[in-house]
Design a protein around this ligand. Structure first.
Ligand code: SF4
Length: 439
């Protein structure tokens, strides 16, 4: 084998996406996304992630709104070592990017029914992660499992499952399909109500197959609904489902890392989901000592604990307050989801963390009780249309000095649907002025 770079085979970065890898820039720094099943990390997994980030990713990690973890500025040569380290603690990056069934989002509310939704997500994760029947899809396929309708995240999934009955012989879920954000946001449609859990795996397979067969390359499933209309889409899905056996999911023990707890969860507020590994190590230690050895990546890019009793809960709150993560500052008190923007994403049009900080400074006190989100491009990874106020960096426009500056669209959500655009192509100064007047 030659060591001459010109003789090395070219790297197929497109195919590498299936291993959770995106190029960040022309210098070939990479982003590696780790799937965290149901968003719940064991202490060992958190510590291993911290160790790998220290060795290979500048000692920082990024928490996503879908409960995954990203390492940034990774080098190609280090991917095998990182993969081995993750595998040693049961984590994978397979299918975290590209045309695959992505990391499955799950409510991390630690509610009474958390064990049910978590169990379902782990089964689906085991079935789809790395399964070649469900890879090389036209585009990503997102599944979300929710323990209720709060948050409305079912609206933006290719397949959204909402638990509506946990009391019967078998849990039952409403099934939503073909939602998605991006440049053409589309709310999911309700395909079926109260579906028994044993029917969900064949149904999920049918929806993924429909995506593989009928969606043009580069498009999400929502495109099929838009092109064919809802009735034709339903007929196609019915045809995919026909004759499929029930109970495809292999039976077996579910090892649930986070048991239901009588205590209210405790959340460590992580600004923009961006944290250094020393903090991740401290939080993992708190999880070991006071929360049964587990912590969860929440939909708002924070880390949550399920304390086993009230003493542990008090200890956790005291430690988090001492660490400046207990909700004392505006940054900690405000629900503000922030994608990585041009800090780490080649699609990013704006420095989202800086803009988010400026928005927080401009925000009047009452507005901090609302939920906020900002995305660095119309791909909407921070889910701006699900926040009370959402901001999207929509395009770059040259200013008087010829510098390309981001412009921002603002979305307002007032009901159970996706938010509507209320401002378009604002400058940063105009955006901050709008934010300062929100009550
Ligand atoms: S919204 Fe755009 S800029 Fe932000 S992470 Fe997603 S693709 Fe990147």
């Amino acid at each position: 084998m030659t060591s001459d770079p010109s003789q090395q085979p070219a790297v197929d970065f497109h195919q590498l996406r299936l291993d959770g890898v995106y190029r960040m820039n022309d210098a070939d720094e990479l982003m590696l996304r780790i799937k965290v099943p149901a968003g719940v990390l064991s202490v060992e997994q958190a510590l291993k992630t911290a160790e790998l980030a220290e060795r290979f990713a500048g000692a920082r990690v990024h928490l996503t709104t879908r409960g995954s973890i990203e390492l940034h500025r990774v080098r190609l040569a280090d991917l095998p070592a990182i993969g081995r380290g993750l595998a040693a603690v049961g984590l994978t990056t397979r299918g975290a990017c590209g045309g695959a069934v992505r990391g499955i989002a799950c409510s991390t509310s630690f509610s009474r029914n958390f064990a049910l939704t978590q169990s379902l997500v782990r089964r689906l994760h085991r079935h789809f992660a790395g399964n070649p029947h469900f890879e090389n899809l036209p585009k990503k396929f997102k599944i979300g499992v929710e323990d209720g309708y709060a948050g409305s995240r079912h609206l933006i999934q290719d397949l959204g499952l909402v638990l509506i009955d946990a009391q019967g012989a078998e849990p039952r879920y409403d099934v939503w399909v073909a939602g998605g954000l991006g440049r053409e946001p589309q709310a999911a449609l309700l395909f079926a109500e109260g579906v028994a859990e044993s029917r969900l795996l064949p149904l999920a397979e049918a929806v993924v197959r429909l995506h593989a067969r009928h969606t043009p390359t580069g498009k999400r499933l929502k495109h099929v609904v838009r092109r064919l209309g809802e009735e034709s889409f339903r007929r196609l899905l019915d045809a995919e489902l026909n004759g499929r056996p029930e109970r495809l999911a292999p039976a077996g023990l579910d090892t649930l890392p986070a048991p239901p707890t009588a205590c209210a969860p405790v959340t460590a507020a992580i600004f923009a989901g961006d944290l250094d590994t020393s903090l991740l190590r401290r939080l993992a230690t708190l999880a070991r000592d006071h929360a049964g050895g587990y912590l969860a990546v929440t939909a708002d890019q924070n880390l949550a604990f399920a304390p086993l009793n009230e003493d542990d809960r008090r200890e956790l709150l005291a430690h988090l307050a001492a660490a400046g993560l207990g909700g004392a500052s505006p940054e900690e008190r405000t629900t503000l989801r922030v994608c990585v923007g041009n800090h780490a994403c080649r699609m990013g049009l704006s420095p989202t963390r800086e803009v988010a900080r400026r928005m927080l400074q401009a925000m009047p006190g009452d507005a901090r009780a609302l939920s906020w989100a900002i995305s660095g491009c119309p791909n909407s990874c921070s889910q701006p249309q699900l926040a009370d106020f959402g901001v999207i960096s929509s395009r770059l426009i040259k200013d008087d000095q010829g510098e390309r500056q981001p412009r921002f669209d603002v979305y307002r959500r007032k009901d159970a649907k996706l938010g509507d655009r209320i401002h378009q192509e604002l400058t940063l100064a105009e955006l901050l002025d709008v934010v300062s007047r929100i009550k």
